[in-house]
Design a protein around this ligand. Structure first.
Ligand code: AMP
Ligand code: MG
Length: 279
């Protein structure tokens, strides 16, 4: 099992440069891929129970710098799920209508309903990341948002939403390699954006913003997981493992609930047949 860098207590200072971006030494890619396939099957089963029982929902928040692999995680991890119950939502620059509301308005509409999984590619955290780094709102406004975010996620948890937030942690060097690769590879060049290079110039400001967001908004019911993301195969494994671990404890609850539903349905059918015989 990979070591996890999970943070679930608010206020514990974290330093990203002390957290790994590489897989632990000696991790075998072959074994990791085999393990991922197993986890994928378990994830599929757990999602089926989640869907049937409709007692909880799952919210997966993906954050990371450009090229960190948010889309890659969606492709791989969501690929194990039944699309019937999954909503993937990407949050880009806010529209005029969104800007004219409070910052949580646009995300709250996309929270998962019972039985469903929502995967957010970027999220309400952008409002304390890009907004902070570029001074898009006054500091007096974004500073208040950490508290609002914690309250919002607590509200979701109160409503039986299982929340997991992932920071895909890549190194400065790996980001450069990925940006250059995009430029070289004609099949990837469509993803190129001057904005990515421009944002890279603000690397340290983003580091500070991420550290504060993670440390202030890490809570027992909405933990942050800092994922070593320089190797894609390892990144996918860590995310899948964390999701399976988040859902697994509910398996007996969902199974018992589905069992009770099955009993009730059988009893209703038996009563219907008995009534049909006597009439
Ligand atoms: P991408 O993920 O490459 O599609 O890019 C989405 C862009 O939207 C990123 O540059 C984000 O920084 C930007 N973005 C997302 N949310 C916000 C926000 N609340 N305010 C400003 N920019 C945002
Ligand atoms: Mg981008």
């Amino acid at each position: 099992m990979p070591p996890t860098f999970a943070f679930d207590q608010p206020g514990v200072r974290i330093r990203l440069d002390e957290l790994p971006t590489d897989p632990p030494k000696g991790t075998s890619r072959k074994e990791a891929e085999a393990r991922l396939a197993e986890l994928g099957e378990e994830l599929f089963e757990l999602q089926d129970l989640l869907w049937g029982a409709r007692l909880h929902s799952l919210l997966v928040v993906l954050q990371g710098r450009d090229t960190a692999g948010k889309d890659g995680v969606i492709k791989t991890v969501a690929g194990y799920l039944n699309p019937r119950g999954v909503h993937v939502v990407s949050f880009g620059p806010p529209t005029q209508e969104e800007l004219e509301h409070d910052f949580l308005w646009r995300v709250h509409r996309h929270t998962p309903r019972k039985g469903e999984v929502a995967i957010w590619n970027r999220s309400h955290y952008e409002d304390v990341l890009v907004v902070r780094v570029h001074g898009l709102t006054p500091a007096s406004i974004w500073r208040e948002r950490y508290g609002h975010i914690c309250d919002f996620e607590e509200l979701l948890a109160e409503h039986d939403t299982i929340v997991r937030k992932f920071f895909l942690h890549i190194s400065h060097r790996e980001q450069q390699a990925r940006l250059l690769e995009r430029e070289r590879d004609p099949r990837k060049a469509w993803k190129l954006s001057v904005g990515d290079w421009r944002e890279r110039e603000h690397w340290d400001a983003y580091t500070e913003a991420y550290e504060e967001a993670i440390s202030r908004c890490a809570t027992p019911r909405a933990p942050w997981i800092v994922v070593p993301a320089d190797a894609k195969w390892y990144r996918n494994l860590v995310v899948a493992e964390a999701l399976v671990e988040a859902l697994r404890p509910y398996r007996p609850v969902w199974e018992a609930h589905l069992d009770a539903l099955g009993h009730k349905a059988r009893a209703e059918l038996a009563a219907y047949r008995a009534a049909a015989r006597t009439s």
